[in-house]
Structures are given as C-alpha cells and as structure tokens.
Design a protein around this ligand. Structure first.
Ligand SMILES: [Zn+2]
Ligand SMILES: [Zn+2]
Length: 135
C-alpha cells in the first residue's frame, strides 16, 4: 500500500534554514543557525540537522567536515554530493568552485577501483589571496 501523499510540514523549515544559510554567507554550525533564526522560530537542533540533511541531499547546501559547519551551495546546478572548497585558515573565507576535471578524475579513479562514491567534498585549507603576505 502506498503512503498517502501529504505536504511536508518541513518544507517551511527547509526554506527558512536555506535562507539563513545563504544570508550567513559563510560556513555556520547548526547552533549558529538556531541563534540566527531565534527571532522567527524556536528550532530544536534535531530539526535543524534534519533540514540540513534534506538541503544537502537536494544540493542546496554542503557540509564541511573539517569545520563541522554547513554552507549554502552557490551553484544552481551541480552534481549533488560533489563539491570543492578552499578554506582560508586565517580569515575563514570559504570559496566553492567548480573543478569538473578534478571531480571527474577522482570519479574515474573510483570507478577503476569499483569504489562507489556516495558523497565527495574536497576541502583545501590554506591562506586566501587577501591573507597571503606579498612576497
Ligand atoms: Zn555546491
Ligand atoms: Zn583569508
């Protein structure tokens, strides 16, 4: 038997959290999101984590493992689950960029090893151009 189709009450939360992520413009933790939305909604951490999980699955957000933070996806369409980030360790600026060739080459490697990729987020850590001392 099929489950009756019902509107997800979570849709509103997803939209709210996606908006807050974009507004933040930098990687934020779930707790920072709760704080940011304090005036409009009281959200439990689990609610936020679930919404973030859905946003990530839809390709609207990414999780940065090394920072334990979430960031809005800047791209309108890309392979969900694959993203490349450069993270400045000094000022914290994070840029997401498209490097199809990098992603493709890793996919090719995985394929040749019969490794099935579920998710791929590459994180480059270092100094951004503004933080690099002139030589
Ligand atoms: Zn992205
Ligand atoms: Zn920097």
């Amino acid at each position: 038997m099929r489950k009756p189709a019902k509107r997800r009450p979570a849709e509103l939360q997803d939209r709210m959290i996606a908006g807050a992520l974009r507004e933040a413009g930098r990687p934020v933790s779930a707790y920072e999101l709760i704080d940011q939305l304090r005036d409009v909604a009281v959200l439990a951490p689990q609610t936020v984590y679930r919404a973030l999980g859905r946003l990530i699955a839809e390709g609207q957000a990414h999780r940065l493992e090394s920072l334990n933070a979430f960031v809005a996806c800047r791209h309108t369409h890309h392979d969900t689950g694959t993203a490349v980030f450069a993270i400045c360790e000094k000022c914290g600026v994070v840029s997401e960029f498209d490097r199809e060739d990098a992603v493709e080459s890793l996919k090719g490697w995985a394929k040749s090893r019969q490794f099935k990729i579920a998710q791929m987020t590459l994180e480059l850590r270092g100094l951004c151009s503004a933080c690099t001392p002139e030589s």
